[in-house]
Design a protein around this ligand. Structure first.
Ligand SMILES: Nc1ncnc2c1ncn2[C@@H]1O[C@H](COP(=O)(O)OP(=O)(O)OP(=O)(O)O)[C@@H](O)[C@H]1O
Ligand SMILES: [Mg+2]
Length: 394
């Protein structure tokens, strides 16, 4: 069918034609924001899940919905290797400037901008990558202690006071939170703890790989109680079906039951794979209704596209030793696997592979569902590893 009208949207953070199966979670998060705005206790949430399950599009949808109700949002993505203060500072400034335009909040927002000036002045000594325009001189003693944990807390508190005076709330949305270093994560948790204690209207919605939960617990043991950790997983059968059938329906295209079932089977209900198969099936089909043969035809190109894109970009970032480790895991099945079993695969000790496992966790390729276990963060990466390294010479 004409690719110009293809409704599916495989990509990173690309909004899907139908955001299926997330209504309940969205409603829950919006209630939290609404409660925070009223000064009622509201739990911040960390959306955790594997690659491609739809965390980023959820954050973006929350942002859209929050802004529609007049809640201010700060939206950042933590890339590998950049400091959290450097990412936060320009966005906090923007939020404070917006709040300063509300007469009732002006005084607090200006004080917030002074806090930001003090924060940046001191923090740029620690984090060389902070660059942000400053509107006011620092106020001595306000967020300029030089200690991130203390200063971030003071800064976020000012944001909360300004938001409260403006009768609104601020939602801080941070994607890829697992890349934030432990001390910075600890400072963020402390800051959220403070605003919670003072019932200030600031809510954090983070997203990250499943290791985020453990990382936050290591950074601050009370993080587990302070935040909810909703798991973003594959869609239910009903939602996965809707993710395919509804966008087709809007284009007046029907699909047979067998064809839908086959898409659900091969995608295993993972959001990104559903979009990929939906898209390739559309291109393979000639006319409505789309049938099983179309899906079968699409599978070959869908897998090749995944291999050359989604999987490949991750594979190319691996060292030869990391590839070996993942290939051994793949040989053992989808996992999770015991670290001891993986080492035994090479007839060597767990400790000799510990640095490799550690760097794979850091790169976000694997995680540890429980102590001593190792699992892929990318769904179906095991099958890809076997396709890309098929021979026995690795
Ligand atoms: N609920 C959903 N229903 C249908 N499609 C979805 C849904 N959520 C996400 N998608 C689609 O899945 C793909 C991946 O979404 P997204 O980039 O948000 O995932 P992610 O979890 O952030 O992945 P990563 O960990 O790689 O950043 C996109 O193409 C998006 O359109
Ligand atoms: Mg994402």
């Amino acid at each position: 069918m004409n690719p110009v009208y293809n409704p599916f949207s495989p990509g990173a953070g690309t909004p899907p034609p139908e955001l299926a199966g997330r209504d309940e979670l969205m409603a829950h998060l919006m209630v939290a924001l609404g409660r925070a705005r009223l000064g009622r206790p509201a739990k911040s949430a960390m959306l955790v899940g594997l690659r491609g399950v739809g965390k980023t599009v959820l954050l973006d949808r929350i942002r859209e919905d929050a802004e529609k109700t007049g809640i201010h949002t700060i939206r950042i993505e933590a890339p590998e290797g950049r400091s959290l203060p450097a990412l936060l500072a320009p966005q906090v400034r923007l939020a404070l400037i917006r709040l300063s335009q509300v007469e009732a909040a002006k005084e607090y927002a200006v004080r917030g901008l002074k806090a930001l000036a003090g924060f940046v002045k001191k923090m740029r000594i620690v984090f060389g990558d902070i660059e942000v325009g400053l509107d006011y001189e620092p106020e001595p003693g306000l967020a300029d202690n030089g200690d991130l944990e203390h200063d971030l807390q003071a800064l976020i508190e000012q944001v909360g006071l300004a938001a409260k005076a403006a009768g609104t709330a601020v939602a801080i949305l941070i994607d890829e939170l697992q890349y934030v270093a432990e001390l910075q994560l600890a400072a963020l948790i402390t800051a959220m703890h403070r605003v919670e204690q003072r019932a200030l209207p600031v809510v954090l919605v983070g997203a990250g790989l499943p290791q985020l939960r453990g990382q936050m617990g290591n950074a601050k043991s009370y993080a587990e109680r302070l935040f909810d950790f909703p798991e973003i997983g594959p869609l239910s059968a009903e939602a996965a079906e809707r993710a395919i059938v509804k966008p087709l329906g809007i284009e007046d295209i029907a699909i047979t039951k067998e064809a839908v079932d086959e898409i659900l089977r091969v995608s295993r209900h993972y959001a990104y794979f559903l979009q990929q198969w939906g898209s390739h099936t559309w291109n393979a089909a000639q006319a409505s209704p789309v049938g099983l043969a179309d899906v079968k035809k699409a599978s070959a190109t869908a897998i090749a596209t995944l291999d050359e894109g989604f999987f490949r970009v991750r594979f190319d970032r691996l060292t030869p030793r990391e590839k070996k480790y993942l290939r051994a895991m793949a040989a053992m099945g989808p996992g999770p696997h015991r670290s001891g079993d993986i080492a035994a695969y090479f007839s060597s000790s767990v400790s000799s592979w510990a640095p490799t496992r550690g760097s794979l966790i850091k790169k976000g390729m694997v995680w540890s569902p429980s102590h001593g276990d190792t699992a892929f963060t990318v769904p179906m990466f095991d099958e890809f590893m076997i396709r890309i390294m098929p021979f026995e010479d690795w």
